[in-house]
Design a protein around this ligand. Sequence first.
Ligand code: NAD
Length: 275
Amino acid sequence: SVNDTYTLNNGVKMPFIGLGVYKAENGSQVKDAVLAAIEAGYRHIDTASFYGNEKGVGEAIRASDVPRDSLFITTKVWNDDLGYEETLRAFEVSMDNLGLDYLDLYLIHWPIEGRYTEAWKALEKLYDEGRVKAIGVSNFHRQHLEGIFAMCRVKPMLNQLEYHPHLAQKEMHAFCKAHDIQLEAWAPLKRGGLFEEPVIQQLVEKHGKTPAQIILRWDLQNGVSTIPKSVTPSRIQENIDIFDFELSGADMEKIDSLDSNQRMGKNPDNFSFDE
Ligand code: NAD
């Protein structure tokens, strides 16, 4: 059901599906989307300081009647704030924005060379102090995770990567599994860029579900946590209505055949934020 959880490597339970809020405007747009999601049954919200909408997310959390400890809230430290003291400060700003006294999951947004290990020490401190229940990374490839393994006391619990049928991340998925790091999909719907694929359309016909539901079900059956974004209540509802059907092994293989290394975002092996 929508309440299905994954257990992270430290025992914390995380709801499989969450609401992504990248590009949801701070204020009523993001607040209404989060409230619609909670109403629909979501218990997991994915924001970031970079999105500029932590305040609106916090307003929705306070306006909802679901208890804080039933919700799972993620935010991320942005590139400019990577460093030990910088990251500790950025965390306090995010917590003020959200209006929370603890966070469920804090992620390093991108693996900026020379800066992410110091930031990791800050996340470990926040974790030790109980300010955050779980810590992890985003857009980390093998070499970046190895950089963390070489210095960490606490291993990352999760890695959030661009992941969808056009970018199935086979190698990183196996690497994360081997290290007991939960994989989480960003842009799981490739922002709509997969809906016309004939393979997806065939499965739409077969199962009587929408393209988004077929793709999100593929995430679930692959053991990948997923955070589709929408601010439209009917789509927010649609995206969690995936627990009443199952893709067969052959269906899964058809979707797997779409894997073609097509990215929406930057490649963690070779990125820059200077342009
Ligand atoms: P997504 O794949 O979730 O696509 C969202 C878009 O798909 C929506 O804007 C809407 O146009 C469309 N859509 C959603 N549901 C639909 C439906 N049922 N029917 C038709 N169209 C539908 O893309 P995303 O927002 O980039 O990614 C999801 C979340 O992942 C973000 O909101 C954010 O929280 C996170 N994210 C993280 C990173 C990172 O670097 N860690 C980067 C990008 C996004």
